[in-house]
Design a binder for this molecule. Structure first.
Ligand code: LRH
Ligand code: MN
Length: 429
């Protein structure tokens, strides 16, 4: 198997850091033992944790105003896989990528699979794109895709999803995420009920094309690109549709797809109890769907979301969940952002494993409000970096991935062999 980052470089770098890490780890071990928490049980759970990288996330993202591509940008899915392999060789918890079609279309998906396998990179849930026009025909998604009033446009959108499933089957994926930006910009523009009817009718055709062991993930979003009404605008609508479609249909929670101050951890708890929580698009935001780095703005919310997941797992209520990042890196090196975000996600998961949920339940039943808040805050305020770093070290990955990455001059070197992408076009990729 090729190594995007030479093992020797990682080992030599770790050698300088391991003795400090051992003493930090040992200090934390003693601290957790006082609460009867076994640090190695937690470390082993982190060694098996995985979160998928979005292929569209390793290129520089942009907004409607501009996109400022960096040097050595990946120009195609092969170069994107190389960059994803760099991330995974350093952090170890991003072995899979989530592709987007037709952005990642190639003529030979078997060849792409072999190339990805050679870097130890697999494929998580695939994404379909019916929010941009594609192909030479005059069937446009301007006025919607799966819900468009024109049957032939709906059929085209269904075909895009069928092709995404085909590609995913060759790549070894087991799921399809369907996000449609369908909606209206003005009152009266679309029929609320007809558009939802057409959505379910179209999704039933996509659902019938799912292989037996696949899932389809419905992704809700309150607005953008539509700015008055969006057909699948919230978790409730998504749940109703997933229920209508059948047991292979699940709801996907993109953290940025909620109006300001929405209690997302409660939505997660609801979808778990309704047996329809299928996966996540992790990111962070301050205002809208900002697609900022996970844990960069509101890490406490990310911790509270993992709290609901860890509690559900403890109670045997958690099904197989697809953890993926969905971020747009407009001003950072995407590789550094994805390294840091994957670490933030692992840290919040680790902190949730420190929570004594039996004690929390007693405190809740006793209405000991401060007691329960303090219990959560104690877990959140515990520095668990030694556990996440030790998990990486024992998985032969990097104790300090960002420092090693910066020592590689990776993008400078790639800029010598990759064609550079011109000027500041606009748009997220
Ligand atoms: C929509 C979304 C969706 C992707 C796109 C790149 O905002 O979150 O998940 O298809 O971003
Ligand atoms: Mn998303």
């Amino acid at each position: 198997m090729f190594k995007a980052v030479d093992k020797e470089i990682i080992n030599n770098h770790n050698l300088k850091l391991i003795s400090d890490l051992n003493s930090d780890f040992d200090h934390l071990r003693k601290k957790l033992e006082r609460n009867k928490v076994n640090i190695n049980d937690i470390k082993n759970k982190i060694k098996n944790f995985q979160v998928a990288v979005p292929t569209w996330g390793v290129g520089t993202g942009g907004t409607r105003f501009a996109r400022f591509p960096g040097i050595g940008e990946p120009q195609n899915i092969y170069e994107k896989i190389e960059d994803c392999a760099v991330i995974n060789d350093l952090v170890g918890i991003t072995q899979k990528v989530s592709p987007h079609f037709p952005w990642d279309n190639v003529s030979d998906f078997k060849e792409l699979k072999e190339f990805s396998d050679s870097f130890g990179i697999g494929y998580d849930v695939v994404n379909s794109n019916t929010f941009q026009d594609q192909g030479e025909d005059n069937l446009s998604f301007k006025y919607g895709s799966l819900t468009n009033a024109d049957q032939s446009v709906r059929e085209k959108a269904i075909q895009v999803n069928k092709e995404a499933i085909e590609a995913g089957m060759t790549l070894g994926s087991k799921g399809l995420t369907v996000w449609v930006g369908d909606g209206g910009n003005f009152p009266g523009q679309i029929s609320f009920s007809k558009s939802l009817e057409r959505y379910i009718e179209s999704m039933k055709k996509i659902y019938s094309n799912l292989p037996e062991d696949w899932k389809v993930y419905l992704e809700h979003k309150p607005y953008e690109p539509a700015f008055y009404s969006t057909v699948i605008s919230d978790w409730g609508t998504s749940y109703i549709c997933a229920k209508e479609l059948g047991e292979k249909a699940m709801c996907l929670v993109d953290l940025g797809h909620h109006l300001p101050n929405t209690n997302i951890e409660m939505i997660v708890s609801r979808l778990i109890d309704l047996n329809k929580l299928g996966g996540f698009h992790f990111n962070d935001s301050k205002f809208g769907d900002d697609d900022l780095d996970a844990g960069s703005i509101n890490p406490f919310e990310l911790f509270l979301i993992f709290n609901e997941l860890t509690l559900a797992n403890k109670n045997g209520k958690l099904k197989e969940i697809s953890y993926m990042m969905d971020q747009s890196h407009n001003v950072t090196d995407p590789i550094e952002s994805l390294i840091l975000s994957s670490n933030e996600i692992a840290l919040c998961f680790t902190k949730s494993l420190l929570v004594d949920f039996d004690l929390l339940s007693e405190l809740q039943d006793a209405n000991d409000t401060i007691g329960s808040l303090q219990l959560l805050k104690t877990a959140f305020n515990t520095d668990v970096n030694p556990i996440v770093s030790m998990a990486r070290y024992e998985n032969s990955n990097a104790i300090d991935p960002i420092s090693i990455y910066r020592s590689l001059n990776y993008k400078q070197n790639k800029s010598k062999v990759r064609t550079s992408s011109k000027g500041s076009s606009s748009g997220i990729v």
